[in-house]
Design a protein around this ligand. Structure first.
Ligand SMILES: [Zn+2]
Length: 160
């Protein structure tokens, strides 16, 4: 799923929680860590002029290899569980805000095809990935944002 939709869903889910901002941060953390540096680099060097955004798969060969490694690490349930346990032990509190990271991975598993950033959610134990549908699919984008708008309204109006 896209970055903004991830943030908005976390806003909706954790709306009433005192740790809302932390939850939003962890909800976008996997993509933030993976793509931010390259995003600014691509803008600064104007590399995007060579990209064909109509066919995102053609962008893949232009991306540095470290991106795919970071993506695997930040989108792994195994790594998440380890990080969750460490923070739990160190702070002696359950970091509920980190569950937004778990939700990010769970949402990404079916919304990525094997061709474009498949989610190796069992990494480093296994490289298995589900061949889902593309989140950039227009029907999904429209439906997703309609649901986001509905749930945002329900939250703002205190109906849910
Ligand atoms: Zn992601």
């Amino acid at each position: 799923m896209d970055f903004i939709a991830h943030a908005l869903w976390m806003y909706i889910i954790f709306y009433n929680k005192p740790y809302l901002l932390l939850a939003i941060f962890f909800g976008i953390f996997p993509d933030l860590v993976t793509f931010t540096m390259n995003f600014f680099n691509t803008l600064a060097t104007r590399k995007y002029r060579r990209f064909n955004f109509k066919d995102p798969e053609t962008i893949l060969p232009h991306l540095p290899k470290y991106i795919f490694m970071l993506y695997k690490i930040t989108h792994s349930l195994v790594i998440f569980l380890i990080a969750f346990a460490v923070v739990n032990l160190v702070t002696r509190q359950t970091p509920f805000y980190m569950l937004a990271w778990l939700l990010h991975i769970v949402i990404d598993i079916p919304t990525h095809t094997k061709k474009f950033f498949p989610v190796h959610f069992l990494y480093p134990i296994s490289n298995y990935a589900v061949d889902g549908f593309a989140w950039a699919n227009k029907k999904f984008l429209v439906m997703n944002y309609i649901f986001i708008l509905i749930f945002l309204l329900l939250r703002i109006l205190s109906i849910i």
